[in-house]
Design a protein around this ligand. Sequence first.
Ligand SMILES: Nc1ncnc2c1ncn2[C@@H]1O[C@H](COP(=O)(O)OP(=O)(O)OP(=O)(O)O)[C@@H](O)[C@H]1O
Ligand SMILES: [Mg+2]
Length: 363
Amino acid sequence: MNQEKDQEIGQAVMKALGRVIEPDFKKDLVTLKMIENLGVKDGHVTFTVILTTPACPLKEEIKKACMEALAPIEGIRSVDIQMTARTTGGGAKEGKAEIEGVRNVIAVSSGKGGVGKSTTAVNLAIALTELGAKVGILDSDVYGPNIPMMLGIKGLPKQVNNRWFPPKAYEIPVMSMAFMAPPGAPLIWRGPMLHGIITQFVRDVEWGELDYLVVDMPPGTGDAQLSLAQLVPVTGAIIVTTPQEVALSDSRRGLAMFQKVNVPILGIVENMSSFHCPHCNHETPIFSQGGGEKAAAELKVPFLGRIPIDLSIRQAGDEGRPIGIAQPDSPLTAAYLKIAGNIASRISILNSEFQPITLGNLA
Ligand SMILES: Nc1ncnc2c1ncn2[C@@H]1O[C@H](COP(=O)(O)OP(=O)(O)OP(=O)(O)O)[C@@H](O)[C@H]1O
Ligand SMILES: [Mg+2]
C-alpha cells in the first residue's frame, strides 16, 4: 500500500474519532485532545487515547466506541489502541500551595463521627490503586488516628534531611498522627500545634508522584476540621453518611463546612446501607435505607454509591487487610471500585477546561 493511501486512512480515522463522544464530557475525543500518536502504516492503524484518569470507569466503553467508529473505513487492516492516562490536577487553590507531586487531594469527611469515614477512605484508596492510579493517604484525624491499623502498617516514617518518607501498605504511602505518638497516649492538641503538624504533613512529606491523596478527616465540622480544610488544597470532598433520616442534617453540616472554604463536593457515599444475611439471604436495612441518596438529591450533589454493612468489612479493617485485598472478587470490593471510578470521573470533570454536564445520581 502506498503512503498516499495511508494518509487518506489517517484523515478518515481522525474524522471518525471526531465523532466518538466521551460519555462524561459529552464532547468528541478529538475536541477533548484525547487522541495522540496516530500512525498508519500499510493500513495498520495505531493511536493512543489519553484519559484524564487511570481510574476511568469508561475505559473499555471508549475503546469499543473507537473500534466501532473505525470499522467502516476502507483499507484498514488492523487497529491497535493504547489506553493511557495523564491525570489532571486540581492545581493550587486560593493561595494554598499544591503538595509537591500530588495532583489531587480528596477529603473524606462526614457530619458526625463513627459513620465509617476511615474505612471508606482506606477502601477507596485501595480501589483507586486497583484501577491503576497512584494513591496516598493522609490520616489527618489527629485525635483518633487509625489508618495505619486498618492497613496493617508496622513501620514508621523515616526522616532524612528534614523530609519525611512515609511507610507504605499495598503500594500506598501513609502519613498519620499515629506514627508520632505512642499507642494509647491521649492526643491533646492546641490549635497552633495542630496547624503545625498538618502543615508538616503537607509540606515536609515525600509523597512521590500521586494522582490522588486521600485525606481521612477527623469527625465533626468544628474549627479543627475547618482549619484543616483551609490548610490543604483540596480538589474535592466526599461526605460519608449512614442511611438514617438524620443523615440529611449531618450531611448538610458537612457540606456547609466545605462550602465555607470553597471546596467542591464530589458527592455523597452511603455507608452501612443494608445488611445481607449470609444465612437466610434476607436484606435488612439496619440503619434504614435511602438516606444517602435522598440527602444527595436534596443537597443537589451527586450520589456516588452505597456500601452495605458487612462483617467482613469490619474484620478486614481490624486485621489490617482491607476487603479489596482480602476478597478482591467480593461484591463489596466491586461496590468500592464503582464508587472510586465515579470519584475519579468527577475529579476529571472538575479539573477540565470543558464545562461539566449535569451530574446526578452516579450509583
Ligand atoms: N460498611 C461497613 N460494614 C461493617 N462495618 C463497618 C462498615 N463501615 C465501617 N465499619 C466499622 O464501623 C466502625 C467505625 O468505622 P470508622 O472507624 O471507619 O468510622 P469513622 O467515621 O472513621 O469514625 P471516627 O468518626 O471515629 O473517625 C469500625 O469498626 C469499622 O470497621
Ligand atoms: Mg475515622
